[in-house]
Every structure is written in structure tokens, then in C-alpha cells.
Write a protein that binds this ligand. Structure first.
Ligand code: UD1
Length: 417
């Protein structure tokens, strides 16, 4: 099993390029199932979750070609299987995103139930409820969602809870449904807007993506298109937090500050100085960070995917902070690992109270999920001495070449087998 070894205590300085967004690329890859024609997608990050999704699409019968790095051409001319097996869905919950497009295109889909995952239960009842409202007959048997619909029809669907992949699944299904679908209490994440732009480039009629009411007028068929995936706002935020914690001066290229308003506000509150242009962000930090309170909530509020990274920052900040997690019920697992590095954190329900201390101590820690792993990398960068992070396969699901990018910024970090 691979590990990361970090020698902490060095500021970050320099320039790196931000990759395409994992959470935008995953649904956009699935959108290829909606047409016989080819979809050429660029700025696709080289991540484990992306390879898993490409394997799943291949298994369904999609032709996958790569013309150059970070570009993929998908052609779902003849689908040969309508099943997403457990082996794939269990490693990547986003595999549920093939349900809507497969059903809309072929009238049938058989997708393994994702089950629980480390950060919480994460049911898919909203995906199912929406497809049923659009006329699908859905049976859950032997751990699989079996959905059938001769034709899907438009419907007015009010989500009980704001769900990102739920909104994406129904938006994709509705593009080929007969009539108009209205999604209310829809998620407003920028990745949903990116998916909508890709679907519109393929001929879909979608209005209101990025607001909580999305209207989709079904069309007879979609066609091929070329599309560039948006920058990864969570990767961007992770590097910005890392530099705020270690001190230094970094310049991030190919990103977009407008995607990160809530995160940039908190970094400014912590003492960082941030400048941004159309496709870059520059951060300087020469003081000790100040503690920042935060509460996760659906976009445009503070993202749950940045909570763990701010936990590490608060560990060595001046003052006491409270971090409240409202999206997932078990997303404070990094606390135990940070405490092994001497952090002063108490957990009460879904909140963590962090008293800043002068220094973390390097030690052996274990990554428990994707963003928790990122928090341990940041902790390792600021800790005194050596930190060894185990189970970094979580990190490879969502961060492209993280040790290469951090090394380019002057960190002492290496991967060992
Ligand atoms: C997506 C992101 C993930 C991010 C999360 C929240 C992708 C591939 N992943 O995950 O990185 O952390 O949004 O911003 O884009 N829920 C239900 N029923 C449902 C669906 C969701 O109860 O049918 C609950 C979940 O358990 C969770 C909350 O709704 O408590 C939000 O989940 P959701 O937005 O669906 O997360 P994902 O789309 O899985």
C-alpha cells in the first residue's frame, strides 16, 4: 500500500495549475450515454474516480478514446449492457449518475445500490422518487435498483433535501423526457451549471441551472459536442488553505475565484491576502492564521468538501473555532487522526471545537476518506517533524498528482510503496 511522507514546517511558494473538476467531470462523462454521437471532453483530471467511471461506461458499451492528455472522446453508439455492478458502485458512489441517462436513452437500467459509505448513510431515495414521478417503474431487488420506463414524461419534482448528484441525475433524464420537467429545491452547485452547459451544447433545453428551480424541456434526441470541464474549486481551495496554514505566497492558474466565494471569505478572515483575476488566484500569508468558525451547507454556503482542510488550519491558528458539519452525519473522522498529532479538538454531536496550539507534531496517521486525507496532508505540511500518511488511495480518488504539485511549491513530500 502506498504512503505519503511529509517533512513539515516549510512555507509554500510558487505557481501551479489547477486540474479540471472531478465532480463536474463525472456527470459530464455520464452525459455521453444520452446520445449516439461522440462527446469530446477536455480538462478531464487524471484521477482514480475518473478511471472507475470510464471503466463503467466501457462496460456499458461506450467507446472511450483519449486523443491527448486530459481529453477523452466518448461514443455511446451501441450500448451492450444496462448494468452498473456492485464492484464499481461500491468504490465510487457517483456511479449512480448512470441511472438517469441510461434509463432515458434505453428505457431500462439496473444499478447497484451504493449502500453506506465512510462519511454517512447517503441514501438515493431522491433520485428514485424523481424518476418515479417521471413515469419510471422502479424495483429494488437483490441490492440493485431496476428501473424501467417505455418513455419518461416531464414532471414537477420537489426535492425533500438538496442533493447534488440527485439534481444531476434527474436533469440528465429529463433532457430526453416527453414534455417539461421542473426541479424545485434543486442543488445550485457550479458543477450542476457546468453539466447543464454541456447538455445544452448537446442540444438540451435547460433553464435556471445554478438556481433552485431548474426547468428542462425534453427533446427527441441529443447530439455530439465538445466541452471543457470547469476548474476544480475544491482542489483550488485545498491549496489555498495549505498556504494559509504554512505561510508563503502561491499563484494558482486555470482556476476561478468566483466559484469559491465562501471559502475565500474564510481565508481572508484567517488573515490571508488574496488577489484574483479572470483565471487565476494569488494568495500571500505572512502572519500566523486566526481561527475561523464555519458551518457547512449547500452552495453557495461553505462546502462540506472543504471542512476537513479548515479543521487542520484551525489546529494551529490563534484562538478557538467551532466547525459545524450539516451535510453528512459522520464527516469528522479526521479529528481522531489530528488529535494523534497533538491537536486540541473536542467533538460534540456534529460540531468540533478546536483550540489552536502553536505546533502540530508529525506522526503516523491514516486517511479515512477523500477530504479527510487532504486535511492530513495539510496537517503534515505544518507539523514539526515527519508525518506518514497511510491509505492514500482515498487521496488519489480526488487529487491529481498532489505530491507533484506540492513539491513544485517547495513542500518536502514523497510517495513510497
Ligand atoms: C456530492 C459530491 C460530494 C459532496 C456532496 C455535498 C459528487 C460526485 N459528489 O455528493 O463531493 O460532498 O455532493 O456537497 O458531486 N441525500 C438523501 N437522499 C438522496 C440523496 C442525498 O438523503 O437521495 C442526502 C445525503 O445523505 C447527504 C445530503 O443529502 O446527507 C447531500 O448529499 P448529496 O448532495 O446527494 O451528495 P452527493 O451528490 O452524493
Amino acid at each position: 500500500m502506498q504512503k505519503l511522507i511529509i517533512q513539515g514546517g516549510r512555507p509554500l511558494n510558487g505557481e501551479i495549475t489547477i486540474s479540471g473538476a472531478k465532480n463536474a467531470a463525472l456527470p459530464i462523462l455520464c452525459a455521453s450515454l444520452l446520445t449516439h454521437e461522440s462527446l469530446k471532453i477536455s480538462n478531464v483530471p487524471a484521477l482514480h474516480d475518473i478511471s472507475t467511471m470510464l471503466s463503467l461506461l466501457k462496460q456499458i458499451g461506450t467507446g472511450v478514446a483519449t486523443s491527448q492528455s486530459s481529453e477523452v472522446i466518448l461514443t455511446a453508439a451501441h450500448l451492450t449492457s444496462l448494468t452498473a455492478p456492485y464492484e464499481m458502485v461500491k468504490t465510487m458512489r457517483a456511479a449512480i449518475l448512470v441511472l438517469g441517462p441510461l434509463l432515458a436513452r434505453t428505457g431500462e437500467a439496473n444499478i447497484s445500490l451504493p449502500g453506506g459509505c465512510a462519511i454517512g448513510l447517503r441514501p438515493v431515495d431522491q433520485h428514485i422518487k424523481g424518476l418515479q414521478a417521471m413515469g419510471a417503474e422502479i424495483n429494488i431487488k437483490h441490492g440493485y435498483i431496476h428501473a424501467v420506463a417505455k418513455t419518461l414524461h416531464g414532471a414537477r419534482i420537489v426535492f425533500d433535501i438538496v442533493t447534488v448528484t440527485g439534481t444531476e441525475n434527474l436533469m440528465m433524464a429529463a433532457t430526453l423526457a416527453a414534455g417539461t420537467t421542473i426541479l424545485e429545491n434543486a442543488a445550485r452547485e457550479p458543477e450542476i451549471v457546468d453539466l447543464a452547459h454541456c447538455l445544452i451544447a448537446m442540444g438540451a433545453k435547460i433553464y435556471g441551472a445554478g438556481t433552485d428551480v431548474i426547468t428542462i424541456e425534453g427533446v427527441q434526441s441529443l447530439h455530439g459536442a465538445e466541452f471543457r470541464v470547469m476548474p476544480d474549486r475544491i482542489e483550488t481551495g485545498t491549496f489555498l488553505v495549505a498556504c494559509t496554514a504554512t505561510g508563503g505566497d502561491i499563484h494558482l492558474k486555470d482556476t476561478n475565484a468566483h466559484l469559491l466565494d465562501a471559502v475565500l471569505d474564510k481565508l481572508t478572515e484567517a488573515g490571508a491576502r488574496i488577489d484574483a483575476g479572470q483565471n487565476w488566484i494569488h494568495l500571500h500569508m505572512y502572519a500566523k492564521p486566526k481561527s475561523v468558525n464555519l458551518r457547512t451547507a449547500p452552495y453557495p454556503a461553505f462546502p462540506t468538501d472543504m471542512q476537513a482542510q479548515f479543521m487542520s488550519l484551525n489546529c494551529i491558528a490563534d484562538g478557538t473555532a467551532i466547525i459545524t458539519e450539516t451535510i453528512f452525519e459522520n464527516r469528522l473522522m479526521h479529528v481522531q487522526e489530528l488529535k494523534r498529532m497533538n491537536a486540541n479538538i473536542e467533538v460534540e454531536g456534529n460540531a468540533a471545537i478546536i483550540c489552536g496550539i502553536p505546533q502540530l507534531d508529525g506522526t503516523h496517521v491514516m486517511a479515512t476518506d477523500l477530504r479527510a486525507s487532504a486535511s492530513l496532508v495539510i496537517a503534515g505540511l505544518i507539523a514539526q517533524g515527519e508525518t506518514v500518511i497511510d491509505r492514500i488511495y482515498h487521496l488519489d480518488r480526488g487529487y491529481e498528482n498532489i505530491e507533484g504539485k506540492l513539491s513544485a511549491l517547495g513542500a518536502h513530500i514523497k510517495r513510497i510503496k
